[in-house]
Design a binder for this molecule. Structure first.
Ligand SMILES: *Cc1c(COP(=O)(O)O)cnc(C)c1O
Length: 498
């Protein structure tokens, strides 16, 4: 497999190079040169374990340059890497259990070390980066730069903390995360970690990071990389849980092999839902992929009209991990639908004018596979309450956005296939909003955790137990103009923390 830039197919890298680099030299994102050689053995799916599925997906996507050199039977070395990444990290042991709620299934991706779905990928990414360094013989120190709206930061810190030869700097919008999310990040005491608030919103932090990638002058022996879902090493592990959900539905006799399954995905940067599209390209019988957005509904409008327009007021919502105006991974879908040249043009339009419009046939192709919908904060909270009262199931705000979009879409389309709604965060991670939704009071976000435990009778996840008393060890706050010089300065320092 080779990886090509979405903006210029002449830029061509081995999988390990694509992982180490994060983003292509021309600012494009890396994409597999073809999915033809990455077809999943569907006839073996129902007898595979979850970790075997993950290993197989990684082996298919990263075959060819000797990473975890594969053996005849499939993917033993990848399996070992997945085991190192996952064993003992997920409450209950399953990284993607399905819960039946009404007529649909909720895929709970939040049982990992930071209680959001990003753990599923970010526990694996350090394994991939280390292996990519080995394969390429690269000895540079890698500095991971990441912008986060809350969940990526803590998940990346958890994955990379104290990993040899790698440092990590996380930027988050000063008032753009929950208190629990912020505490998870600033209490991370790994010696190789640096956490920094930015005065601005997520897009400010993200464009600041992109700017650093484009303009920083690095000393010899240091390389930058990314833990955002622009890194293909972050996207690939997410593809696995779509296959795993399908296997579980087969086991539960909800479907027969070959039946289509819809996936409804709470969407921000378009990484998670794009992983579902990768799964489809790799042979999974996916029906519709439904893109659920909050009031920052750039994507909903894009799927309706073909115009992507980021020139609008950024809203801070109760599902902050989806508060995004530039969904970076959409570029990968554009590349698949329109080709590199058009993709480069659209991305340039987006940069210069803040918008672009697809040709009609391009939009038609996308609409054959994707649906989209949006929900506001009020309905999000009503949805949490309604589902709790009707089904005794408590979901977080992000999942509730997807649930409401699912119900509206189902009613409108009359679709008869099975549907899986992706649950991207634990209700505990956003416990204040969840208690607001069901009409319960609390003193602060930390008190809300205890309160939610009493009401829901679901135990506080081990990751959040005692978070209130965790000490903040990072206290940096910056203007976005100062991010570049801050990173240069940090890179110059030998030791970050004792
Ligand atoms: C990151 C995140 C999302 C959005 O996922 P994308 O891959 O960025 O689309 C949704 N929900 C939660 C809880 C998240 O942390």
């Amino acid at each position: 497999m080779f990886y090509l830039s979405t903006r210029n197919e002449k830029i061509r890298k081995n999988p390990s190079e694509a992982i180490l680099q994060g983003i292509a030299d021309d600012g494009g994102l890396f994409m597999p040169d073809s999915f033809e050689n990455a077809q999943f053995p569907m006839n073996a799916l129902s007898s595979m374990t979850a970790k075997e599925i993950s290993a197989k997906v990684l082996a298919l996507l990263f075959a060819g340059d000797g990473m975890f050199t594969d053996d005849e039977s499939g993917s033993t070395e990848f399996w070992k890497a997945v085991s190192r990444a996952y064993d003992g990290k997920f409450d209950g042991g399953d990284f993607a259990p399905l819960a039946k709620v009404g007529d649909a299934y909720v895929m709970e991706l939040y049982h990992g070390p930071t209680c959001a779905f990003k753990d599923v990928a970010l526990q694996v990414l350090p394994q991939l980066v280390k292996e990519a360094k080995r394969v390429t013989g690269m000895t540079d120190e890698i500095v991971i730069l990441t912008a986060t709206s809350g969940d990526t930061g803590s998940a990346a810190l958890s994955g990379f903390s104290d990993v040899d030869g790698i440092k990590i700097i996380v930027f988050y919008p000063e008032h753009g995360t929950s208190a629990v999310q912020e505490r998870q990040m600033v209490s991370c005491d790994g010696k190789n970690t640096c956490v920094c608030a930015v005065r601005g919103n997520f897009d400010d932090a993200q464009s600041g990071v992109k700017n650093i990638f484009a303009s920083i002058k690095l000393p010899k022996g240091v390389r930058l990389s990314s833990a955002n879902s622009i890194n293909i090493g972050r996207l690939a592990p997410q593809v696995a849980y779509y296959f795993k959900a399908y296997r579980d539905l087969l086991k539960n006799e909800e479907i027969k092999m070959g039946d289509k399954v819809n996936f409804i995905v709470p969407t921000g940067n378009f990484g998670d839902i794009l992983a579902g599209y990768f799964a489809k390209k790799m042979g999974l019988p996916v029906g519709k992929l439904v893109c659920a957005s909050n009031e920052n509904k750039v994507l909903t409008e894009f799927f309706e009209t073909g115009t992507y327009n980021k020139n609008r007021v950024f809203k801070i919502t109760k599902s902050p991990s989806m508060d995004i105006l530039i969904s970076s991974n959409l570029e990968r879908l554009l590349y698949l639908v329109c080709g590199a040249e058009k993709c480069a043009k659209y991305m340039n339009d987006l940069k210069e004018k803040g918008e672009y419009t697809l040709e009609k046939d391009e939009l038609d192709k996308i609409r054959a596979e994707f649906e989209a919908g949006t929900t506001d904060d009020k309905v999000t909270l009503e949805t949490i309450k309604r589902v709790y009262e009707q089904n005794g199931y408590l979901m977080d705000t992000h999942t509730a956005v997807a649930w409401d979009v699912y119900e509206k879409w189902l009613k409108e389309s009359g679709n008869k296939d099975k549907s899986v709604v992706l649950s991207t965060a634990s209700a505990y991670k956003f416990s204040a909003s969840v208690l607001d939704a069901i009409g319960e009071s609390y003193d602060d976000e930390f008190d809300a955790l205890t309160k939610l435990e009493a009401i829901s009778k679901v135990k506080v996840p081990s990751a959040l137990d005692g978070i209130k008393n965790k000490k903040a060890v990072h206290s940096n706050i910056l203007n976005k103009e100062d991010m570049l010089s801050f990173v240069s300065e940090m890179i110059g320092k030998k030791e970050w923390r004792k």
